[in-house]
Unconditional design. Structure first.
Length: 136
């Protein structure tokens, strides 16, 4: 297990998915915050200032695309890494990079891929400056 002070926000409307990702990431030393919907995700981003967001795309009310667009509208979070989680091929119709996400992980999640991408994006984000405003 590595020692990390990186904070990861896991967002998925399926509680079992959140629990599984949280368990894997915490076992690797990451601090994990969770949200079960897009509205809660925006609140957690403001309140916890995560180093990375793992964001399900298909959620009721605010989906992952809408959450990403709102996050990217705020200069404070312009560089915040967002990795989409999806079981569908919807990213072929709407490329995730054009929406503002940094990467994509397909479900079912390959844990080696997950941990590689989490390490990549948390280390890259470590040196980014944070300002003080909020996402709505």
């Amino acid at each position: 297990m590595l020692t990390s002070h990186h904070r990861i926000l896991v967002v998925d409307d399926v509680a079992d998915n959140v629990f599984l990702l949280q368990t894997v990431l915490e076992s690797e030393g990451y601090t994990v915050e969770t949200a079960l919907n897009g509205k809660s995700a925006l609140e957690k981003i403001n309140d916890t200032d995560p180093d990375l967001v793992l964001l399900d795309i298909m959620m009721p009310e605010l989906n992952g695309y809408e959450v990403t667009q709102r996050v990217r509208q705020n200069e404070r979070f312009a560089e915040l890494p967002i990795v989409f989680l999806t079981a569908h091929d919807e990213c072929e119709q709407m490329p995730y990079i054009e929406i503002g996400a940094n990467d994509l992980i397909r479900k079912p999640v390959d844990f080696d891929e997950l941990l590689d991408k989490v390490a990549k994006y948390t280390h890259a984000y470590l040196s980014s400056a944070h300002s003080y405003s909020s996402v709505s």
